[in-house]
Design a binder for this molecule. Sequence first.
Ligand code: S3P
Length: 439
Amino acid sequence: MPNFIIINKKIKNFKKKIIISGDKSISIRWVLFASLANGKSKAKNLLISEDVLAAIKAIKKLGIKTTFVKNTCTIYGNGIEGYNYKKNIVINAENSGTLGRLILGFLVNTKYPIKLIGDKSLSKRDFKRISDPLQKFGAKIKLTNKKNLPLTIMGSSNLKPIKYLENKGSAQCKSSVMFSAMRTNGTTIIKAKKSRNHTELLSKYLNLPVHVRVNKNYDEIKVSKIKTIRPLNYNIPSDISSSAFFMVLTVLSNNSELLIKNVNINPSRTGIITILKRMGVKINFINKKIYKGEKIADINIKSTKILKPINSPSKLNNKAIDEFLIIFLVAAKAKGISYFKNLGELNQKESPRLEWGSYILNKMGVKTVTTKNSIKIFGNPNLKINKKIIIKNFLKDHRVFMTSVIAAYSFGGKWKIHDKESINTSFPNFLKIINKIKN
Ligand code: S3P
């Protein structure tokens, strides 16, 4: 099977109902929490993708048994002190920043040194943002080039609680510190800029000693040592970040409509909905419910003829952090100039996404002005592509591939998009769902 896709036709009108695979952030957190639970936890609709399978391989290395029967995953936790592993183990987080960063929080009290490695993309990403606070607890972490993987973590049996200011709006940093605090005597106080709050909601559902005071821009989170985690059966809702590709495909197509079932619409993740609505898109949530603290709904979305440009408020950045590449395509068709600012964090992802966003748009013939942390997109409501476009991402970045595919189906042109296998990290069914919508 070639590792690229050729697309040379726009998609025709469609009216479809689709189901997207499980949420990646919740899947990885479920695996990690379940690995320390007192007994057997089961998850239905766990995302089966390389990132989540890497999490399962990681906990297996730590001596935790897991099984899969059809789409149900079972993890047999042995309690919070239940990891059982040999000296000098190596954990491979592969492409997953979430796994690499979160699991370190679980390893601050290891008895032996553990090496953490990742693929080429993850090895370029910043781990100092995690090692700095974790060392304050008392763990010892040795990084490559002072900020990268491979790293070695050596835990401490005498961890001290810390005060931590998380001001990047990174849920990975916040969660890693929360997990470390759960291993530490005393109470850690975290002041965290708003970011996705799945760790907090899961902790609350599990009755763990985590107290959150919600403020306007920052949350104050107090975390004390956990004594036990009860088993956690979970039916994982669909991922809004994966749904986003099909939402935008619908918006940019003619006379089309899509219903996406059972999506996690946690308000810390719905920046894309707010942004699209402000650009004139009609979106409705149907069958709203709450499941273990998480909001869930079916999303109904329609194609939109006239799209308004947006000066995107920075306060939405963390709520849409994984969706900007795909949002940029909507801005490309808007009537006017859109502006996205304070987005330096986008260049910290699997590949520098702000740069990739403007690269793809420029290839499509869309003018952009890009700085280190902002992009202006000069939209064109009549945008049509007739030329050949080749996209070859040199780092494994699933969202660059999927955004390019949606651009090809929405605007036309003759596209060759490399690195098809990157979808296996987060959304192995992506092309199958495209085919379902096409036929
Ligand atoms: C994630 C947090 C975000 C996001 C990533 C998943 C998480 O990263 O980009 O895809 O599950 O905590 P940052 O916390 O680094 O912003």
